[in-house]
Design a binder for this molecule. Structure first.
Ligand SMILES: [Zn+2]
Length: 241
């Protein structure tokens, strides 16, 4: 394929898809949820395992933790993203009023924004005028309020992504609880969880275009601290059931 045909095949859509930032919203929610699922369920299970000589209490705590955790992640994400949506909507409504009440000032503000981005005064005013003639609200929402399709909050999508990824993450240590020997369950849980965290760290770093080694180091240190403290609590308060 010659360079010309390659360039002609490049459209704004497939060009933008190449950039990591377009993956940021769902990636962040998915990794956060899975991370949380893995670490909180494994820590919970390790704490119970440190205090229990049988499998049933660990399974029970793991399943209860998974359901509670997934629902609270989804609810938390829904509430926080909804309030962001409310703020965005209120801002857009205010912008509509300002555009109606003071169109000239708004045009100047838009031109100043483009000037600050490096355009000459004349070009900035020209661009602002053309955008305003085409769709004033869209131009102000995008360039003045900084709300665009990529960053626009979608509460249901975010809640489902968080709840689902927490569940997927939390199921992994639960599998270890179900199939690993009860004797030394804490160590089976710790080592399998660190493995899951390393895989997740590598995937999220690769997808997000960031350093894999840094991501793995970060995630295993925090995982170790969380599981270590939970095990400590289990040992301190542990009564052999
Ligand atoms: Zn404005």
């Amino acid at each position: 394929m010659t360079n010309d045909s390659k360039e002609s095949k490049l459209t704004i859509e497939n060009y933008l898809d190449n950039h990591y930032i377009h993956r940021s919203n769902w990636l962040r929610a998915a990794v956060l949820g899975a991370n949380d699922g893995i670490i909180s369920i494994s820590s919970l299970a390790i704490g119970i395992a440190a205090a229990s000589a049988t499998r049933e209490p660990i399974v029970l705590a793991g399943v209860a933790g998974l359901v509670a955790g997934a629902l609270s992640m989804a609810a938390g994400e829904y509430v926080s993203v909804s309030s962001q949506t409310d703020t965005e909507k209120a801002d857009i409504e205010r912008e509509k009023v300002e555009l109606k009440e003071m169109p000239d000032e708004e045009l100047n503000i838009l031109a100043q924004i483009y000037e600050r981005r490096g355009l000459t005064k004349e070009t900035a005013m020209q661009v602002a005028t053309e955008f305003t003639e085409k769709d004033a609200l869209a131009a102000h929402v995008r360039d003045e309020l900084g709300i665009n399709e990529i960053s626009q909050a979608k509460p249901i999508q975010a809640a489902l992504a968080s709840g689902a990824s927490f569940t997927i993450g939390g199921v992994l240590p639960l599998l270890a609880v179900l199939f690993a020997p009860v004797k030394g369950m804490e160590y089976w849980l710790y080592s399998s969880t660190i493995l899951f965290l390393i895989i997740l760290g590598a995937i999220s770093a690769k997808t997000g275009g960031s350093s894999i080694s840094k991501a793995i180091l970060r995630i295993t240190i925090w995982g170790t601290i969380a599981m270590g403290l939970s095990a400590l609590v289990g040992y301190v308060f542990g009564v052999r059931v």
